[in-house]
Design a protein around this ligand. Structure first.
Ligand code: M6R
Length: 616
């Protein structure tokens, strides 16, 4: 939450800051602000409630002198509403210092009291202003911005990334982080800071990680990273795997539409280099080789859409590798004394790699003796660094707040893990693994077909349903996580009440919700499988139809059994059972997006949400 960017170099600060904020606006969009320092030491601030566009208009209406040093911020409000006064930057040292913040300073009330008693006045309701005033006071004592930052961070409780500039020191930006994201961009004669690499990928693809509890000072030709106590620490450099154009809309009407169209590629890229000749090899699992040989239980931890990917991972890991798997919401896991042993593998799933609930759960798992594996999409993120090993999904940058292509890539990565484990544990034959690999490799084409063939009809249905107040989703077996994912997409994008249910649960309560006209999506299992799931789900459809529901079935090509009972059938290509959900989810992603669009809503930046949830 909150997007942060910092810059020092010969270029235009304003251009770099506004560009960096634009690329990170998905992190928070309640308000935006910049502080620019010119070479003569004049500090100019502009900040406005609303989206970045409001700030850009303000900068046009009321320009500030540009400079070569600056910091910028987009906010997702925590302490204090989204009004101009609460927007960042906040000021210290009598307006000579500007500071921006991502996270929550938990002891801010005590700090505010202490500062008020010392004669400081507050102009906002934020926790951030306390940090700005403290760093300002420390600067007055030390005359050194880095040292001032070090003195203050030790006093702060909670999670934070802070960036500060001071009028006395043009050409210097100081940052600090604890449990909140910050990465360095390394340029030629210029350097950058950002909440994620999107902040500066337009200018450089060389980046550097900053560890927990570290302070960083950037100058045009120098980057120094130390621990909070001032001792030097090593920092890992990496190359950003994608270029700026990957995070551009490129002619699409929304990032979400573009990202749904990239679902096939996201799966293909996640498989690339990891499957060959009917076998799976994930070199990144090497650091966990001993643990994987010995694992007796897997716990998948994740939130939101990533948790639904984790649920699908459970089906595959149990079916193929015969390891018991629990899937837990990260925030529930960590506060209920979970049983962990050195033979437990905790697998976190996170697109951003920064979700605070998941990060804290990973730390908890490590502290309690479990081994940890991160499945993550964003390079340079914190969760992989806090884990024993990482398997990156290569979905590319996901900009729309609602997760789509990252979801299918997460499922693909979990399936790869399950197949590698199945081979090492001898729970599948080589032929069975080869069959599964073949199915995985067919997914990109299958997804491309579903998206191409269903999107137009789904869009028509969505436009027809503009006034719908509630939509239900039913699925069974692997269709159940798909139902949950479809419902979440509709809630977050179209602000419509939506629930996903296990179809078998229908008669245990949810059927009471069915009244004439209720729209229900049903994910129908293939009739080709020997079990009776298809028949049971078709019975469920008949039960809700009998009570007046309008049924939209997602069913495989050639399934004629469902036709008499559904109002609409959206077709997916044939696939083995565990692969059906990856195909079935795409039309639901399209539906959520189209219904939001039909209601005239902002598909990429739904209200109240942020892409990367970096507070608990
Ligand atoms: O970055 P993460 O994958 O850890 O994010 C987890 C959830 O916050 C995320 O999936 C959220 O539910 C999305 N808005 C769903 O579209």
């Amino acid at each position: 939450m909150c997007g942060i960017v910092g810059y020092v170099g010969p270029g235009s600060s304003l251009e770099v800051l506004v560009g960096g904020l634009r690329r990170q606006e998905y992190r928070g969009y309640d308000s935006a602000g910049v502080a620019v320092l010119d070479d003569g030491g004049t500090l100019a601030i502009r900040k406005k409630a609303g989206k970045l566009a409001v700030l850009v208009d303000e900068l046009a209406a009321s320009p500030i002198a540009d400079g070569h040093t600056g910091i910028g911020h987009t906010r997702w409000a925590t302490h204090g509403g989204p009004v101009d006064e609460n927007a960042h930057p906040h000021l210290g040292d009598d307006g000579r210092l500007a500071l921006i913040h991502n996270g929550i300073i938990e002891n801010f009330a005590e700090l505010r009291e202490e500062l008020a008693a010392a004669g400081e006045t507050f102009t906002s309701e934020t926790d951030t202003e306390a940090a700005a005033l403290l760093v300002g006071r420390a600067y007055r004592e030390t005359g050194d911005l880095t040292e001032a930052m070090r003195r203050v961070v030790g006093r702060l409780e909670g999670a934070f990334t802070l960036l500060a500039v001071h009028a006395d020191t043009p050409g210097v930006v100081v940052g600090a982080r604890r449990n909140s994201p910050l990465v360095i961009g390394l340029g030629e004669g210029e350097n950058f800071l950002g909440s994620d690499v999107a902040a500066f990928v337009e200018h450089t693809r060389r980046a550097m990680e900053i560890g927990q509890d570290q302070v960083v000072t950037i100058r045009p030709n120098e980057v120094s990273v130390t621990a909070f106590d001032g001792s030097p620490v090593p920092a890992r450099e990496f190359e950003i795997a994608w270029d700026a154009s990957a995070a551009e809309k490129g002619g699409w009407s929304s990032f979400m539409k573009k990202e749904i169209s990239e679902e096939p590629e996201a799966v293909a890229n996640t498989l690339r280099g990891r499957v060959q000749d009917g076998r799976v090899r994930i070199p990144e699992l090497e650091p966990l080789a001993d643990a994987l040989a010995d694992v007796d239980r897997i716990v998948v931890i994740a939130c939101g859409t990533a948790a639904y990917a984790g649920m699908l991972g459970k089906y595959a890991l149990e079916a193929w590798a015969h390891v018991p798997v629990d899937v837990e919401l990260s925030h529930e896991f960590r506060y209920r004394d979970p049983v962990l042993t050195p033979r437990t593998l905790v697998v976190s799933v996170s697109q951003s790699g920064e979700t605070m609930d998941t990060l804290m759960a990973v730390k908890y798992a490590r502290e309690h003796g479990a081994r940890t594996l991160s499945i993550c999409n964003a390079q340079g993120a914190t969760i992989p660094r806090e884990s024993d090993a990482v398997v990156y999904t290569h979905a590319g940058p996901e900009v729309a707040v609602a997760s789509t292509k990252a979801f299918v890539a997460q499922v693909a990565a979990l399936y790869l893990l399950a197949l590698q484990l199945a081979e090492s544990r001898g729970t599948l034959t080589h032929a069975e693994i080869a069959r599964a690999v073949e199915q995985l490799q067919a997914l990109p084409e299958g997804l491309a077909t579903v998206i191409a063939e269903s999107s137009e009809r789904i869009a028509e249905l969505a436009h027809w349903m503009g006034d719908t107040e509630s939509v239900l989703y039913l699925g069974r077996h692997v269709g159940y996580p798909v139902a949950l994912e479809g419902a979440l997409k509709l809630k977050e994008l179209a602000y419509i009440h939506a629930e996903g249910f296990a179809a078998g649960e229908l008669k245990h309560g949810p059927i009471a919700l069915i009244e004439p006209g209720q729209v229900v999506f049903v994910i129908v299992p293939s009739p080709r499988h020997a079990d009776s799931l298809h028949r049971k789900v078709v019975s469920n459809i008949q039960e809700i139809r009998a009570r007046g529901a309008r049924v939209i079935a997602i069913a495989e090509l050639g399934d004629v059994g469902v036709v008499p009972y559904a109002d609409e059938v959206i077709r997916i290509p044939l696939a083995d059972r565990l692969f059906e959900p990856i195909l079935a989810v795409a039309p639901l992603h399209v539906f959520g997006m189209e219904l939001a669009a039909a209601k005239g809503l902002d598909v990429d930046q739904p209200r109240n949400l942020a892409k990367s949830v970096t507070v608990e």
